[in-house]
Design a protein around this ligand. Structure first.
Ligand code: CP
Length: 315
């Protein structure tokens, strides 16, 4: 088995090839073919130590559409609450014959540990590890940008020349990290905007520009504005201004969105804090891709499961 742990190190060609497989998978859905036989006889375990709506459900839908057997495991209600370790949990799943494990965990590096520990021979897919990476989110975001720009003519294309502004709680965002690596590998430029307390101090090695002024970034006319959720569960009060201050300085209000070019997209990975980082009316506007991102997530995750478990690299 292979693994998908990170988008760091992705080449342009690998990114484009995976997005192209996702196009084929999405096409299959549209043609009302309910199931592909590709992963028949394969057992996939969704191992979720952290809460999720979109990622867990879309991995389940993706695996089922590829005819895999799916077991969904939530730490809540499992023996993890009795203190069972990741090692014993993984070895238990190995004994039950898991071929693939999709893991979400609050510790950065948990997916990597599972992939390199020898506790399991399963293919590992990182569904979000702490503040580190969320590679399938970045893939579905890139897919969504490409689809909005090129429609049915998307195959083979990268994101050369696309200007993406990522706004908000960069410090705690695995979505931002995976997008930085993938979007730049595909040729996009990435600008980060955050309050100084929510911008990591070590962005020097990242292929990005940074700033603290959202109005300046909006007036630059970016192609994409990606708003991030303020992750209060990962913060102490010291990080956080008041909600009103945050919304005023860093929220995508209707007035700010109205200053964007008509073609600019507004993205958000969800779950959203409406009225905090994004106004409800902006999230529900035609330039918002929030629900397309969710929809595209299924085809993208089918492509990832195929890539990791069917033993045929997309590129
Ligand atoms: N975007 C995302 O990862 O959402 P969930 O936490 O609901 O899976």
């Amino acid at each position: 088995s292979d693994h998908l742990l990170s988008t760091k190190g992705f080449t342009r060609d690998r990114g484009v090839a995976l997005l192209d497989v996702a196009e084929d998978m999405a096409d299959t859905q549209n043609r009302q073919v309910k199931k592909l036989p590709t992963l028949r006889g394969t057992t996939i375990v969704n191992l979720f130590f952290e809460d999720s709506t979109r990622t867990r459900i879309s991995f389940e839908a993706a695996a089922k559409r590829l005819s895999a057997d799916v077991i969904t495991f939530s730490a809540k209600g499992s023996s993890v609450s009795k203190g069972e370790s990741l090692q014993d949990t993984a070895q238990t799943l190995q004994a039950m014959g898991a071929d693939g494990i999709v893991i979400r965990h609050s510790s950065s590096g948990a997916a990597h540990v599972l992939a390199t520990s020898g506790w399991t021979r399963a293919g590992i897919v990182n569904a979000g590890d702490g503040t580190h990476e969320h590679p399938t989110q970045a893939l579905l975001d890139a897919f969504t940008i490409r689809k909005r720009r090129h429609g049915d003519d998307s195959r083979g294309r990268d994101l050369e020349g696309v200007c993406v502004v990522i706004v908000g709680d960069i410090l705690h965002s695995r979505v931002a990290r995976s997008n930085i690596w993938l979007l730049t590998a595909l040729g996009a430029s990435v600008h980060l905007v955050a309050p100084p307390t929510l911008l990591p101090t070590h962005t020097e090695g990242w292929p990005v520009t940074t700033g603290i002024d959202l109005d300046e970034a909006v007036d630059g006319g970016p192609d994409v504005v990606m708003m991030l959720r303020v992750q209060r569960e990962r913060m102490t009060e010291a990080f956080f201004p008041t909600a009103k201050e945050y919304a005023t300085l860093y929220g995508l209000s209707v007035a700010r969105a109205d200053r964007l070019p008509a073609s600019s997209l507004v993205m958000h990975p969800g779950p959203m804090n409406r009225g905090l980082e994004i106004a409800g009316a902006v999230a529900d506007s035609p330039r918002s891709t929030v629900l397309e991102q969710v929809q595209n997530g299924i085809g993208v995750r089918m492509a990832v499961l195929y890539d990791v478990l069917a033993g045929e690299r997309a590129a």
